[in-house]
Design a protein around this ligand. Structure first.
Ligand code: URP
Ligand code: ZN
Length: 460
């Protein structure tokens, strides 16, 4: 007896596309066959032969209930993961918050906030903001615990998060010994800080000046520098929220030289540009690094198509209009961050697969297989193999949706893509055999996600 049979769908994996039925039992995929007897199931989803069955979307970059810029991001681990489920996301990776505590203390305290609250599966990256011998000695323990990825900052000195080159170099070296990976927020801190000072001194504090405070070369330089450290240590390196064409060039060049460097981008960087900052409510689009120019959008798309960028994530960091109002006309006071967990992958499907030249297999690789492999969760996550977690999203490639705040589930009162028409949208999300989204609403009831103990980074 199966718990669920999904019948007559088109299964898409990272390498194959074929019609088949899927049988699910006890949270796992237990059968994939050209025809499964439907009398054998408690619940049957009969499709029409035209819907795509993908492994659930994995978002490796979220910030739920993050204390940041004098406030706390408005999606907590419950609302944010429910919204994710409504956009086909079945696993997220959020971040710990290190202050003067040990890495393990920061992991356990963030787990207290997330366990029993998350409505899809989740893990954490261990943030490192204070590097010393003790933290270095903890790296192996953290990887053994099931967290093989670390986040370090090349920006945010004022916020106490900046790592210097020695810290970055040492962490790359140490993590790679045990199959871990260092992810970075890559922006040159001293330049962004001094450019910001200069703008303030000239009274240029409106949000139209925000992009000038963090120009593309500040990202490019940081990426080039950290790639150099990865090259010399042999460490695994991941660039979070890559926003620019020049950054993409740097990653591609590093890869050609054999550096183990990987990168993510987001739909905000693929579709939006800095003209937004000249418009009313431009401050709602402020995030770091900033959204750039049309030529950056194009180069990032090319990077995804050609494989120099491997992952689409969100950097989902929601702040309500009221929270964003804290800026009071001064861009340095904007709570930085944009909400998008619910709409990122559907936008990618619409713009990339339906309107562009991202293949179905590439869609699956970029939204699920590559994140699962790079972040140590494959094949349990990111595959549709027999015996693995039944994490599934089904897309109707013809379903048309106009994105509107009132129809979305994120705990925020604006949508960065308000009014945008998308074609192709999730109609069903299943996390470990539990149906969470029915094409309209979250229907997961009391289902809770679990903390995923991750393994070593799988190089791709
Ligand atoms: O500006 C951004 N990216 N906000 C989210 C917080 C973070 O640390 O990335
Ligand atoms: Zn982030």
């Amino acid at each position: 007896m199966f718990d669920i049979i999904i019948s007559n769908g088109i299964i898409v994996t990272g390498s194959d596309i074929f019609k088949a039925d899927i049988g699910i039992k006890d949270e796992k995929i237990v059968s994939i066959s050209s025809s499964i007897d439907k009398n054998e199931a408690k619940k049957v989803f009969e499709l029409d032969g035209e819907k795509y069955i993908f492994p659930g979307t994995i978002d490796v970059h979220t910030h739920m209930q993050l204390p940041f810029c004098g406030t706390v991001s408005s999606d907590d681990f419950t609302t944010g993961t429910k919204a994710g489920a409504c956009g086909g996301v079945t696993t997220i990776i959020d971040f710990t918050i290190q202050s003067n505590n040990t890495l393990m203390e920061s992991i356990l305290s963030r787990r207290e906030e997330a366990d029993n609250k998350v409505c899809i599966d989740y893990s954490l990256h261990a943030s490192i903001t204070k590097w010393n011998e003790n933290i270095k000695n903890e790296i192996k323990e953290v990887i053994d615990y099931g967290i093989p990825t670390f986040k370090m900052f090349m920006a945010y000195r004022k916020e106490g998060r900046l790592s210097d080159d020695f810290a970055l170099f040492s962490a790359l070296s140490e993590a790679s010994k045990y199959g871990g990976m260092i992810g970075v927020h890559a922006e040159n801190d001293s330049l962004t800080e001094s450019l910001t000072e200069n703008l303030i001194n000239q009274g240029k504090i409106g949000c139209e000046y925000f992009p000038q405070s963090r120009p593309v070369y500040t990202e490019e330089e940081a990426i080039l520098r950290i790639i150099k450290w990865a090259e010399h240590t042999g460490g695994n390196l991941y660039i979070f929220h890559m926003s620019s064409g020049l950054g993409t060039d740097a990653v591609e060049a590093g890869k050609i030289r054999g550096v183990k460097v990987y990168a993510e981008t987001a739909m905000t960087y693929l579709l939006l540009n800095d003209e937004k900052f000249k418009q009313k409510d431009g401050h709602l689009y402020a995030t770091c690094p900033p959204i750039r120019k049309v030529e950056d959008n194009c180069r990032l798309w090319q990077g995804l198509k050609e494989g120099s960028i491997q992952v689409l994530a969100t950097d989902h960091c929601a702040f309500t209009r009221k929270q964003k109002d804290m800026w009071e006309g001064n861009f340095t006071k904007i709570p930085y961050g944009i909400p998008s967990i619910e709409i990122n992958a559907p936008l990618f499907f619409s713009e990339g697969v339906n309107n562009g030249d991202i293949s179905l297999n590439q869609f699956v690789n970029i939204t699920s297989v590559n994140p699962a492999k790079l972040f140590g969760m494959y094949p349990e996550k990111g595959s549709l193999n027999i015996g693995t977690d039944a994490d599934i999203v089904i897309y109707d490639p013809n379903k048309e949706v106009t994105l509107k705040t009132e129809n979305l589930h994120m705990n925020v009162d604006y949508c960065p893509f308000e009014g945008k028409r998308v074609k192709g949208y999730p109609i069903l999300t299943i996390c470990r055999g539990n149906v969470l989204f029915d094409g309209k609403d979250y229907i997961g009831g009391d289902f809770k996600g679990k903390f995923i103990k991750r393994g070593k980074v799988l190089r791709i």
